[in-house]
Design a protein around this ligand. Sequence first.
Ligand code: UGA
Length: 433
Amino acid sequence: MTGTSRRIAVFGAGYIGLVTGACFAELGHRVVVRDIRPERIGLLNSGEVPFFEPGLGDLISQNKERLAFTLDVHEAVRDAEVVFVCVDTPPTASGDADLSRVWAVVDALRDASHLVAVVVKSTVPVGTGARVRAALDERGLGHVGYAANPEFTAEGRAVEDFLRPDRVVIGASDAGVARWVADLYGAVDSPVELMDVASAEMVKLASNALLATRITFINEIATVCEATGADIGHVSRAVGLDHRLGPHFLKAGLGYGGSCFPKDSRALRAMASNSGYPFQLLNAVIEVNELQPRRAIQRLKTELDGLKGRRIALLGMTFKPGTDDMREAPSAIIASRLLAEGATVTCWDPMAPGADGHQEPWSSTTRLPDPLGAMTDADAAILVTEWPELTDVDWPAAARRMRNPLLLDGRNLLDPSVLLSAGFTHMGVGRAT
Ligand code: UGA
């Protein structure tokens, strides 16, 4: 390792906490990850990873001599030099971030006067760091440094994003603390952006909101393409070749989902509104994104002349491929709308957690183990998540099994000519067929 090996406590064994803990251990630090969920700590201590994330299990087992998991706050903090706060900040009914778990960690640090720094990685409204700083001061921890260090890891590539990031952002009012935290990333080869705490908090919210805006913008261009005969595939590719715009996040689809974009865009909108500025563009992004899966249902309804009594197959349920995460997945809106229209819904997904434990809408749908099974006797199929497995489906066989071979490719994954020659009616997003 380059740099000094430090003793780190990570609070929260969710996606962010576990990836942070495992990656810091990989960088040579000694890490204790603390969570309040006994079943989660139990799983981790028995060598299992509680969710799917490529490379994370290997990283945890390769670094097990430097990585411990505990329920006990004192065990986590006792020998630590720095505490990373990686707890979740779920939305409240008004869209604001619920910071109760962040405050619970701050409360737990009452006796941690030996710490060098407390670092918040959780996504929080701008101004949270200043409040945490004041709370630490009130608890007699004025000498403990504070830093905001937002994360930019995407699910499915979180380990890669942590170890080879585009940038490391550190916000701190004390330059010594900022450098100390930056040194923890020793072997990570990336620009380190040092700034004040509020700006670091804003970088995270602005990045996610801008990515969500790009996706929504291209989805709206796709809608106009459908109406005018242009093809979003050509448009996205050529637009993305402009070096000022770049090729990423220009894939039209059924709208963004997941645990971050929907939550963070609503949190930024609520924060702006609370500070007296109605964020009109972001408001429109959020509304358009909520409409996007509903538009797809409307197109299908028109094509099938009504959905009542129709059998519709959903191909893919997770919010994106390469994850088992169902949070804010467009598939849930699509299934609910179809059921409300009186359709029968079958579905397939290689990784979504079992249907039985699920609430509505999934308990009213039938889950099949393979795409062909889900499409059997269906009046239409909707490709919801671009799982690579779907490119290998025997499409002529699928057409023969369906009552009406119609596919709405909600992610423009498949080659329309393959489907047309298999006997399908093909509908894409933002293109004529
Ligand atoms: C996102 C960001 O990409 C990360 O940088 C960030 O750290 C993370 O949120 C977070 O805040 O923790 P993630 O939610 O895992 O990561 O997923 P993305 O790969 O960004 O996809 C989000 C959604 O946008 C998915 O539903 C995806 O299907 C959709 N999307 C993405 C599109 O519809 N079109 C695109 O071109 C790209």
